[in-house]
Each structure stands twice: as structure tokens, then as C-alpha cells.
Design a protein around this ligand. Structure first.
Ligand code: ATP
Length: 280
């Protein structure tokens, strides 16, 4: 686990080696020394992170830490300095559309669904770029999405604006899956949802990893995020202050006290009980 005082390059190297310790393979997304500013005010100060194949990586942190800004810059929605490498190729000069075509997808914090359109039509919009290039796999993806979210299938003719909060989040996830992403970035999927629904959403996120999609999950709900993820970063006022395997972060006394409201120990994950490892 790195510390705030460590040089940035070293932090990135540690991340790479730490993530390779497991059975992870190649880096799908690599961010190096990313800086994002709103006018003269810098909101992200040189963040470096890696998302490996078939991994869930989380960025936790308090309100206003820069999590949404970080995802926006990785997606190409915000101008930034530093390096973004996507599937081994430099993405810094790629447009948002090019990043989407490469397999990067963002589910924004506000879901951004089309309320006056049906569930089915919102889903189709997720495959818009694929349809334009004549991709023949869309029907199969649609079937997969409906199989994964039976509630969306039941409500496919319903207007998106009439869905419950949890259903809206499912639709946002389903729409993202329609683009057939390789790396899915989720901005606060638990926001505004009841605890039981949060659990359902995180179980879905966890299951997505089994399909080979890598996930970069940004969350204020650190407890849930660390439970489903393999590796985590703590973002504080625009700086990545800590990083490490999620199980280690969860038992780190500072993380436990600040973000989990306890001192580590046993944690329940989707009905199973995992014991957090000893603090490093
Ligand atoms: P939250 O969890 O509340 O969404 P966050 O960690 O996602 O917070 P950001 O929304 O990325 O944080 O905000 C990071 C910083 O950048 C904050 O200080 C915020 O006020 C500032 N900021 C965000 N958007 C803008 C903007 N459009 N213009 C100016 N400053 C902004």
C-alpha cells in the first residue's frame, strides 16, 4: 500500500506490481499523473491508477474529492494533462466517441436516462454506435441484458421516468452494457438508493466481472465498494492518498475509521463472510 508521501511514479509502479501479484493479466486502462482543472483551480492533482483485465477497481473518497472529475477526464469529457492509455494505446488525443468505440463506457452519477422514452428505447440508444457501424451482435447483447435484468424486460414498454431509483440504475447499467464495453466506469451507482437495493446493484456489479468486463467503480459508499472490488484507491482532495488490495484497505485503521466507521475485521459480502487480512 502506498502512502501520500511516496513519489507519484513509484506509486504507479507499486500499483502495477501489486495488481500483478494476483492472477491478473494485462492493463486495460492505465492513467498516469492525471491533472484536471476547472479554470485555474486544479481538482485532480496527478492521479495514477490501473484497471487490469477482469478486475473491479474502486476509487473511494469523500464528497468533492474529485472522483467524478477523474472519471470525466478518463472518458475524455473534461480536458486534462497526463496520460491515459486504453487497451495499450495512448488515448489522450482520442475523442469520447473513439474511447467508446474502443470499449470504454461511463455510467454517470445522474444516470442521464431519457425519461420520456421507454426502457427498451433507452437500451437501444446504448447500442447506437454499434448499430451505426453495422454490428450484428446487438440482438444477442439485448437478450443478455434482459436476462441479467428481468425487471427491465418486464418494464420494457414503460417510460424510464416512471421507474424506481433501483430500476433506473439497472437501466443505466443495461444501457451501458448495450455498448459491449470492455471497461465500465460507474460513478456512484449506490447514490440515493435504499440499502437493500444497493446490495442488489452491487451483486449485479460483482456478477458483471464474471462476464469479463473490467469495472472502475467510484463510490462514497466505501463499505460496499471495498466488498465487491479487488483493488482500491482512496482519493482525498484530488490526490490518491492510499491504494492496495481492497481487503487490505478495508482493514487499514485509517480507512476503517474514516470511511467504514469501524476498525476493520469481519465483513459480509453477498451473504458470504470474508475475513479481512491484518493491517499491513
Ligand atoms: P461527489 O461525491 O460529491 O460527487 P466527487 O468526489 O465526485 O464528489 P467532484 O464532483 O469531482 O468530486 O468535484 C471535485 C472538485 O471539483 C470539487 O471541489 C468541486 O467543487 C469541483 N468541481 C466539480 N465540478 C466543477 C465545475 N463544473 N466547475 C468548477 N468546479 C467544479
Amino acid at each position: 500500500m502506498s502512502s501520500p508521501g511516496r513519489p507519484k511514479g513509484l506509486s504507479a509502479q507499486m500499483s502495477r506490481s501489486a495488481q500483478r501479484e494476483g492472477k491478473s493479466t494485462s492493463n486495460l486502462l492505465e492513467v498516469r499523473d492525471l491533472r484536471v482543472a476547472y479554470g485555474k483551480v486544479e481538482a485532480v492533482h496527478g492521479a495514477s491508477l490501473i484497471v487490469d483485465e477482469a478486475r473491479i477497481v474502486t476509487v473511494i473518497g469523500p464528497n468533492g474529492a474529485g472522483k467524478t472529475t477523474l472519471l470525466g477526464a478518463i472518458m475524455g469529457l473534461l480536458p486534462s494533462r497526463g496520460e491515459v492509455t486504453l487497451f495499450g494505446a495512448p488515448a489522450t488525443r482520442m475523442t469520447v466517441e473513439q474511447r467508446v468505440a474502443q470499449g470504454l463506457c461511463l455510467v454517470p452519477e445522474r444516470r442521464e436516462l431519457f425519461s420520456a422514452m421507454t426502457v427498451a428505447d433507452n437500451l437501444e440508444l446504448g447500442a447506437f454506435a454499434r448499430a451505426r457501424r453495422g454490428d450484428r451482435g446487438i440482438a444477442r447483447t439485448r437478450d443478455d441484458v434482459y436476462a441479467r435484468f428481468p425487471r427491465l424486460h418486464e418494464r420494457r414498454a414503460q417510460l424510464a421516468g416512471t421507474l424506481s431509483g433501483g430500476e433506473r440504475q439497472m437501466l443505466a447499467l443495461g444501457r451501458a452494457l448495450m455498448s459491449s464495453p470492455k471497461v465500465l466506469m460507474l460513478d456512484e451507482p449506490s447514490l440515493g438508493l435504499a440499502p437493500l437495493v444497493v446490495r442488489e446493484i452491487f451483486n449485479i456489479v460483482s456478477a458483471l466481472k464474471a462476464t469479463g468486463v473490467s469495472i472502475l467503480l467510484v463510490e462514497q459508499n466505501a463499505r460496499a465498494a471495498l466488498q465487491v472490488s479487488d483493488y482500491g484507491y482512496v482519493l482525498e482532495t484530488g490526490e490518491l492518498a492510499l491504494e492496495g488490495p481492497s481487503v487490505e484497505l478495508a482493514s487499514n485503521p485509517k480507512v476503517a475509521a474514516t470511511y467504514l466507521g469501524k476498525s476493520g475485521g469481519q465483513r459480509e459480502v453477498s451473504g458470504a463472510t470474508h475475513r479481512a487480512s491484518a493491517p499491513p
